[in-house]
Design a protein around this ligand. Structure first.
Ligand SMILES: Cc1cc2nc3c(=O)[nH]c(=O)nc-3n(C[C@H](O)[C@H](O)[C@H](O)COP(=O)(O)O)c2cc1C
Length: 159
């Protein structure tokens, strides 16, 4: 098995989780020399993770809920002997009217408590954008925050 092979599996509806997957992959590859594959769970519902050391799962949030496929992917696999990381794209996570730590707890902490087999080495929620009819209504994206997180994650994946 190639050491430190990484897969990022995401689902997106407005495109931000895909953009974030690409940003994270770029940092892990260019800065840390990791081989990274990206897969869209809408096209590939339960990717085979046997040959991967590191699994990064990304979802958007709508109506305070994760998208269906990333949640099901987390439930179907136990990730033993693998490093797991999770990121979300959410309007509230980037909106200064909400407390970021509380959003992370509400959207990720609670999911993890219900699934004690999941022990991610890192997780975070990043600002998303609200789209309507193909137009951006509100944009809370902050690619710099995603890049910073990917840099911290890269160090953890090399440990
Ligand atoms: C119908 C709808 C409902 C949404 N509900 C929430 C929500 O409950 N909480 C939140 O933080 N963001 C919410 N958002 C914002 C999304 O999280 C944002 O669009 C994000 O970019 C979604 O990820 P994606 O771009 O990967 O699909 C909502 C957006 C839409 C269009």
């Amino acid at each position: 098995m190639v050491k430190n092979k990484t897969i990022i599996a995401f689902e997106t509806k407005s495109g931000v989780s895909k953009e974030n997957a690409e940003l994270i992959a770029s940092v892990l590859n260019k800065k840390f020399g990791l081989e990274v594959d990206i897969t869209n769970l809408k096209e590939n519902k339960n990717p085979d993770i046997t040959n991967y050391d590191n699994i990064i799962v990304g979802s958007g949030i709508r109506m305070d809920r994760w998208y269906r496929r990333p949640k099901s992917f987390l439930s179907k696999n136990n990730f033993s002997n693998k490093k797991l990381a999770i990121y979300l794209s959410s309007g509230k996570a980037g909106n200064p009217e909400f407390q970021h730590d509380q959003i992370v707890e509400d959207y990720i902490g609670k999911i993890l408590k219900k699934r004690p087999h999941l022990k991610p080495i890192a997780y975070n929620a990043f600002g998303g954008c609200y789209m309507q009819g193909g137009k951006t209504i509100e944009n809370f994206r902050d690619p710099e925050k995603v890049i910073q997180w990917a840099e911290q994650l890269g160090k953890l994946l090399l440990e």
